[in-house]
Write a protein that binds this ligand. Structure first.
Ligand code: ATP
Length: 346
């Protein structure tokens, strides 16, 4: 044990100082002036969830092939890919609903099926229809809570969090798709878990609901949870996710931050309005760059920086009324990354 002070200069006994910290001489003001241990900055290096070479075959179809990734605390991971890419199958294997052909997934170091209280470690929303339709929302959550020794009060708390309090005593068969999604989310949050796996949670939500879920996911990550959320709404993910894991034909095509994905895969477009579009178009094509005409007669140029377009135009005395670089979008990056992997069935 080490006798030390914490950052508030209070004497403390540290059981374990941990690697990466340092002792500093006691120069601070305050009641204790001796040497001070400064712990390393807190950063999760242990993944909350580790997916290792997961593979799932359905007969000749390899739904998921050699998929590996890590989910860390405090990070929202978008899980994307064309229809049939293997997202749902991967998520189902992560929570033991499908048996992998090979590979494994560890949650806090153990497979889902070996967890003592899975709801407390990982909350999953995979199929909002997989609920007993004759129960009320409140009863559904209370039954789930009882299996984990969770209080009935917590069921009411999560109903409140997802905005279903007023519908809590109605039978689920009368719920809309959006209400079922909200209930599924309430069930995922019931055990206050360290990780959340959500398969298209925004499906069926109205525009207010989509903004609400974006805010909720960000705040869940801020509280230190690891989040994996599949979606086809790229604009949404651009605002919500820190990282994106992109699947295509069952394989990981990319696992990177949103900014990295955009800078590596999206092509910048320069928009120009000019008095002599035909001549500028010819000059640009001569530089092996692509040009498209806009409905207003302007040009969209790919493969050249705005400065170079301006210099080219200036040399030939071509007047530019407007020249703008359109910011590359996540959607463009996604489409360029997954072109060739679309088509649904394999
Ligand atoms: N139970 C099953 N039996 C046979 N094939 C299956 C089964 N479940 C999934 N598949 C196949 O596995 C592949 C991956 O499907 P999956 O549902 O995981 O994709 P996805 O990325 O979630 O697609 P979407 O975006 O459309 O939801 C598809 O080719 C699908 O037809």
């Amino acid at each position: 044990m080490l006798l030390s002070v914490n950052r508030y200069n209070e004497a403390a006994i540290l059981r374990f100082a941990g690697p990466g910290g340092a002792w500093y001489p006691g120069t601070r003001s305050g009641p204790y002036r001796g040497p001070m241990w400064v712990p390393p900055p807190v950063r999760s290096v242990v993944p909350v969830i580790e997916v290792h070479q997961l593979t799932k075959s359905y007969g000749p179809v390899k739904a998921v092939e050699d998929v590996s990734f890590r989910l860390e605390a405090g990070v929202v991971n978008g899980f994307v890919g064309p229809n049939g890419a293997g997202k749902s199958t991967t998520m189902r294997m992560m929570v033991g609903l499908d048996r992998p052909t090979s590979g494994h997934c560890l949650i806090g170091g153990r497979p889902y099926t070996a967890l003592d209280a899975p709801l407390r470690q990982v909350g999953a929303l995979l199929d909002p229809e997989a609920i007993h339709p004759g129960r009320s929302g409140r009863n559904h959550l209370r039954v789930l809570a009882r299996t984990h020794g969770i209080s009935a009060r917590r069921a009411d708390e999560v109903l409140e969090m997802v905005g279903l309090t007023s519908a809590a005593d109605r039978r689920i068969r009368g719920y809309s798709l959006g209400m079922r999604q909200r209930l599924g989310l309430a069930a995922a949050l019931l055990g206050d878990p360290a990780a959340l796996l959500l398969d298209e949670p925004a499906n069926g939500l109205d525009p207010d609901g989509i903004i609400w879920i974006r805010t909720l996911l960000r705040s869940l990550a801020r509280e230190g949870r690891a989040v994996l959320v599949s979606s086809h709404l790229m604009g949404e993910l651009a605002q919500t996710a820190d990282r994106l894991i992109v699947l295509g034909h069952g394989r990981v095509l990319a696992d990177a931050t949103v900014a990295e994905l955009v800078s590596r895969n999206a092509t910048r477009v320069v928009q120009v309005r000019t008095d002599r579009p035909d001549e500028l178009e010819k000059l640009v094509r001569g530089r092996d760059s692509a040009v498209a005409r806009r409905p207003d007669g302007g040009l969209e140029i790919t493969g050249m920086a705005a400065d170079d377009v301006a210099v080219l135009a200036h040399r030939d005395g071509i007047l530019l009324y407007e020249i703008t670089t359109v910011p590359a979008s996540l959607e463009d990056a996604y489409l360029s990354l997954t072109s060739g992997f679309t088509g649904g069935t394999r």
